[in-house]
Design a binder for this molecule. Structure first.
Ligand code: ADP
Ligand code: MG
Length: 273
């Protein structure tokens, strides 16, 4: 059975999609069968992996609103072991269309549960909102990764997100865990980056991943080539960071395929760009 992990933060531009694409691709490269669910109507995870929205006939929206089977919607990616349940701008409408659904918070869970046995991991990329679709993602998941950008006001809005997670935990999904807080766009040359990491670690202690995602131009370039960073430039800091994140998660949950040479690679601050 798959471990289902949502990537959520209602702030835009903190690295949710970059983390979803590259964590999913890293797990796939490490030979874990992975499904990336694009739960953002902007469909950046879908296009970032090279899919042309004009060729996509059906999406997560059709699974959630029109009872289409996810198996008929899921696409093969260019990366072995990685499949994608694509998004579409229609998903915006799902929030309204599900309003009167008797189980409106559990619709995505039903979609994912129908295919979860075919995967080791399901990664859900959320939209920058705490609306019904994001709540659906949190209800469908075992855990949530919260990307936090190393910048001023990094903690702003986190209280609201943690509160939403608490409400979901108490009413809808008692098993939901925080997989970890992921520091993104870290620049070791900036005192600010280090201050933000220290501050977040003080607040959240061991909930913060050891792996920190550095600012790296390859991470920004890769989606315009329709590729994950590991397929675009496997030696880049971004590729190494996300592989390490995948390995940290695998080690935490005692996944056994990981072997000695796959151990987490050290990375120096001065490699950040
Ligand atoms: P979100 O999904 O939270 O809105 P994105 O993952 O789309 O955020 O990231 C916002 C922008 O920042 C994108 O242009 C992305 O390419 C860029 N970006 C994200 N992470 C990094 C990073 N570690 N280094 C450099 N650019 C990054
Ligand atoms: Mg996004």
């Amino acid at each position: 059975m798959a471990r289902i992990i949502a990537i959520a933060n209602q702030k835009g531009g903190v690295g949710k999609t970059t983390s979803a694409i590259n964590l999913a691709s890293s797990l796939a490269v490490l030979e874990y069968k992975t499904l990336l669910v694009d739960a953002d109507p902007q469909a950046n995870s879908t296009t970032g992996l090279g899919f042309d929205l004009r060729n996509i006939q059906q999406s997560l929206y059709d699974c959630m609103v029109n009872d289409v089977q996810p198996r008929d919607v899921i696409l093969e990616s260019d990366t072995p072991n990685l499949k994608v349940l694509p998004s579409h701008i229609d998903l915006v409408g799902a929030e309204l269309e599900l309003i009167n659904h008797p189980n409106r918070e559990r619709v995505m869970k039903q979609v994912i549960d129908a295919v979860k046995d075919e995967y080791d991991f399901v990664i859900v990329d959320c939209s920058p909102s705490l609306g019904l679709i994001t709540v659906n993602a949190l209800v469908a998941s075992h855990s949530v990764i919260i990307p936090v950008q190393c910048e001023f006001f990094a903690l702003e809005g986190l209280g609201k997100l943690l509160n939403t997670i608490k409400i979901v935990q108490s009413r809808l999904n008692t098993d939901l865990e925080i997989e970890g807080i992921l520091m993104t766009m870290y620049d070791g040359r900036l005192r600010l980056s280090n201050q933000v990491v220290d501050e977040v670690k003080q607040h959240f202690e061991e909930s913060v991943f050891n792996t920190i995602i550095h600012r790296n131009t390859k991470l920004g370039e890769a989606p315009s080539f329709g590729k994950s960073v590991i397929m675009y430039d496997a030696m880049s800091t971004g590729a190494i960071n996300y592989l390490n994140l995948a390995k940290e998660i695998l080690q935490k949950h005692n996944f056994t395929k990981i072997n000695q040479e796959d151990k987490i690679l050290a990375i120096n601050d001065d490699q950040s760009e």
